[in-house]
Design a protein around this ligand. Structure first.
Ligand code: FES
Ligand SMILES: [Fe+2]
Length: 363
């Protein structure tokens, strides 16, 4: 497969083309767990076509969705437990991307070869996460998720939505707490507080915090971005007592690139509740809050999907956009770093390949 960064190299601004496709060398949630059953499914993330299936032990496997024989979609094929079989001529590929069987011919040299790219997969908090490493980062970084997703003290609901906009707009939107007091002014949770604020950026151990100066626990007053093998965002929405136990309502969000024009957002709604309070909260969430939350999220989607074409190229930003600007700069730096590391990797491996070839010709 051509590396997306190689394709990007032909673009006028290769860093931007790469960023628009999706920043690699992170884990991303790619589907809610319930969507991966026994039949293989095909998805597109970061522009890659990927097939996912669950083996006989319940583990999820992910491969490039392309049969090595003639390019049929493996996701159209069959789940044989520890491997998938291509629908077209029956080639069987295991979860590591190795061809296990070519049933149409006797002893085909393809058998035993790793011909298909595989993606390391993990499941947490009701979603499947995949590692999107480039050639220089095939080994996945440790995936460290915020405690709200993995800690026993928390209850969470996952809400996933498909948005017809580039994933960077969805990040911008979360890094912009000020929109809560306007876009969501009539919502059940964000009608309170100043419609004007001074905003400041503060560094944290894992990223940064962007917050209103002097306002806490009134509206959507701060947002945090963290980088811990994955890129997550955290915010808290204060809740009135009538919305049940557990205090502030937390949100952990991920913006996942599908392709240049589409993304998928993952928002876990979290609350620190245990025992009967957790049951009460789950009941309340399902019956009262979930619908209200969808209404708020739809407001975001509606605005983002109808932004002016190439909105980011023609902006007049002001003081409360500084958090967003910082994150954009940070992502661009990551992209530059990925390019530099990939170049170094290629130089080294190109040299090794030449040496091997030279050694071969002398032999
Ligand atoms: S294309 Fe898959 S077996 Fe031929
Ligand atoms: Fe919003």
């Amino acid at each position: 497969m051509t590396s997306p960064t190689l394709e990007a190299a032909g673009a006028a601004d290769p860093i931007r083309a790469y960023l628009d496709r999706g920043l690699r060398n992170y884990w991303y949630p790619v589907v809610p767990s319930w969507q991966v059953g026994s039949a293989p499914i095909g998805i597109t993330r970061l522009g890659d076509q990927i097939v996912l299936w669950r083996d006989q032990d319940g583990n999820v496997h992910a491969l490039e969705d392309r049969c090595p024989h003639r390019g049929a979609r493996l996701s159209l094929g069959w789940n044989l437990g520890d491997r998938v079989a291509c629908w077209y001529h029956g080639i069987e590929v295991d979860g590591g991307g190795t061809v296990q069987s070519v049933p149409a011919v006797a002893s085909c040299p393809l058998e035993g070869q790793k011909c298909v790219k595989s993606y390391p997969a993990q499941e947490h908090a009701g979603a499947v996460f995949l590692w999107f490493g480039d050639d220089a980062h095939k080994e996945p970084a440790p995936l460290v998720l915020p405690e709200e997703l993995v800690g026993a003290d928390y209850a969470q609901f996952l809400c996933v939505s498909n948005w017809k906009c580039n994933y960077q707009y969805a990040i911008d939107n979360v890094m912009d707490p000020m929109h809560g007091a306007y876009l969501h002014a009539t919502s059940h949770s964000m009608a309170e507080g100043d419609k004007q604020a001074d905003m400041r950026v503060r560094k944290t151990d894992t990223g940064l915090m962007f917050e209103k100066v002097g306002q806490r626990d009134v509206n959507f007053d701060w947002v945090e971005l963290g980088e811990t093998g994955c890129l997550w965002m955290r915010l808290a929405i204060p809740y009135k007592k009538k919305f049940g136990p557990g205090g502030n309502f937390g949100i952990i969000g991920f913006s996942v690139p599908v392709d240049e024009k589409n993304c998928q957002v993952y928002f876990w709604r979290t609350r620190k509740v245990q025992g009967w309070q957790r049951d009460a909260w789950r009941f309340l969430y399902r019956n009262r809050l979930e619908g209200l939350h969808w209404a708020v999220l739809e407001q975001d989607r509606y605005v983002l999907e109808s932004l002016a074409p190439n909105a980011r190229d023609h902006e007049f930003l002001y003081q409360h956009d500084v958090g967003m600007t910082r994150v954009r700069r940070m992502l661009r730096q990551r992209a530059q770093q990925d390019f530099a590391e990939l170049d170094a990797w290629r130089a080294q491996h190109g040299a090794q390949a030449e040496q091997a070839a030279a050694g071969h010709s002398h032999a």
